[in-house]
Design a protein around this ligand. Structure first.
Ligand code: NAP
Length: 487
């Protein structure tokens, strides 16, 4: 893996290196030297120097680079699908969907080139106006996670570049290959040197340095809440604008009148998509007591039927690394120590390949709201279920989370659905349908899920500052001068 700094691909020259192991069989995939702090500095400075030229282009001109990148990516998309499978372990269908997402994001943001505008505001008199310009921030640092190693990169690069910012990308150390592939395609568009840079290195080593750098004006990061908190602290030194897309703990609510088959199928997707490693994954199951036993039993049976293993044929892949297996199985152990019961039959914490990072789908009952399983983000194929007896209880338990990204409700009762619009304190509510979020939706969360959001007009506006120009055309401005004394 290489770094891309000021238009050149170079090896990292830090003393530290990254070893990447295959989630499928635990074998070493690649090893490379990380970017040193000096290289990070060079990347930020080249982005800073490239900013005046890039931001002086029109958005239509900048969008032409995005359209070119999209065309290049479309042509060789199979390569990216294979890298995603290898690095992340997701199955090929999910990898293809992710690349569809990459292409869709780039297209979606490029189409905004002719739709961005500032405004003219009335002044106090007819001769006065206030022009509100929209201008890019400057150097954007984009920090991405491993769970959607390509889509998250595209979702940050496309709007940042379209709006005239220059970028330094720091991808997850677990999935540098997917990010490098995308950056290589962008370089083939002829994008000016310095406009887009990539440095790979451990967040624990270069993270503080990159986010607190004096020339960084905006940080867009997707990852865990604890990393988001650390970034927030460090960014107080440069007052960089923050776009933080952090953890989730989605409640999945099934009311007694729900279309059960639809709810079950959606839950299979919402829980096991990407092996549960998704910020919008169903993490807490609340089912009306009238249908609870039947629903949970059937969901456990369906979960047991999922095939793990070969990404070409499997329904679900492994977790990202050995650390994730430990964390996720730790949730099962904690639930069992509290008297939880495993409803799935095949849950044994192990998958088909002893050296791969597999955890079998696991459904846990007889567990309470205060358990770790209901309070902390699992980020794996494990879910707990609680019966609910009335809507007050359902909304109360659903909202009882430090996270506030996605939520799901299954009901045919329109009144209940509309009540949920008002009462659910989450950035997204999916009613009788699965996710994921659309490019034209605003992906955002309440509470510890972070700040600002991505997608839609509002997501693009996160990358633009508003500059206010006051002007008086009358030539007869009364200036409120202080009374001057003669002494
Ligand atoms: P993570 O460990 O927080 O890492 C995310 C990124 O931050 C990585 O590039 C990481 O680099 C970097 N990083 C780590 N420490 C840093 C520091 N001190 N300063 C600056 N950067 C630092 O998260 P993850 O495990 O990759 O991703 C899983 C999390 O992302 C989950 O909590 C999930 O819910 C969340 N997520 C949220 C959304 C959303 O839209 N809300 C979408 C996807 C995922 P290294 O890899 O080198 O450590």
């Amino acid at each position: 893996m290489k770094m891309y700094i000021n238009g050149k691909w170079v090896d990292g020259n830090s003393l530290s290196s990254i070893e990447k192991f295959s989630p499928l069989d635990g074998k070493l995939l690649y090893k490379f030297k990380c970017a040193s702090k000096e290289q990070v500095e060079m990347a930020i400075e080249s982005a800073y120097d490239a900013f005046p030229k890039w931001s002086s282009l029109t958005s239509v001109e900048r969008a032409s680079y995005l359209y070119r990148a999209k065309a290049i990516i479309e042509k060789s998309r199979k390569e990216l699908e294979d890298i995603i499978v290898r690095e992340n372990g997701k199955n090929i269908i999910e990898a293809k969907e992710e690349v569809d997402g990459v292409i869709d994001q780039i297209q979606y943001y490029a189409e905004y080139a002719r739709k961005l505008n500032g405004s003219v505001i009335e002044g106090e008199t007819n001769a006065r106006k206030i022009f509100q310009y929209i201008v890019p921030y400057g150097v954007v640092v984009a920090i991405t996670p491993w769970n959607f190693p390509a889509a998250m990169v595209a979702r940050k690069l496309a709007p940042a570049l379209l709006t005239g910012n220059t970028v330094v990308l720091k991808p997850s150390s677990d999935t540098v290959g997917s990010a490098e592939w995308i950056v290589r395609k962008f370089t083939l568009t002829g994008i000016p040197p310095g406009t887009l840079n990539m440095v790979a290195g451990k967040g624990s080593e270069i993270g503080d340095f990159i986010v607190s750098h004096k020339d960084v004006s905006l940080i867009t990061m997707t990852g865990s809440t604890s990393t988001g908190q650390s970034i927030m602290k460090m960014a107080s030194s440069n007052m960089a604008k923050l776009v933080l897309e952090l953890g989730g703990k989605a409640p999945f609510m099934v009311w007694k009148d729900a279309d059960i088959e639809n709810a079950l199928r959606t839950l299979l997707w919402a829980k096991y998509w990407n092996a549960g490693q998704s910020c919008i994954a169903a993490e807490r199951l609340y089912v009306h007591e009238d249908i609870y036993d039947k629903f949970v039993k059937r969901f456990a049976e369906l979960s047991d039927r999922l095939r793990l293993g070969n990404p070409a044929t499997a329904d679900m892949g492994p977790l990202i690394n050995g650390g994730a297996v430990k964390t996720v199985t730790g949730f099962i152990d904690e639930a069992l120590s509290r008297g939880g019961k495993i409803a799935t039959k095949r849950s044994n914490g192990k998958g088909p390949n002893a050296n791969g990072y597999f955890v079998r789908p696991t459904v846990i009952t007889n567990i309470g709201q205060r358990s770790k399983l209901f309070q902390e983000e699992v980020f794996g194929p494990v879910i707990g279920a609680i019966p609910i007896s009335n809507k007050e209880e359902m909304f109360k338990l659903a909202n009882d989370s430090r996270y506030g990204l996605a939520s799901y409700l299954f009901t045919k009762d329109l009144e209940l659905a509309h009540e949920a619009f008002e009462r659910i304190r989450f950035g997204e509510l999916y009613i009788n349908m699965p996710g994921p979020e659309a490019s034209q939706g605003y992906h955002t969360g309440f509470r510890m899920t972070g700040q600002a959001g991505e997608g839609s007009y509002y997501g693009i506006m996160e990358y633009l500052k508003r500059k206010n120009i006051y002007i008086d055309y009358s030539g007869k401005v009364k200036i409120p001068t202080p009374k001057l004394r003669n002494d």
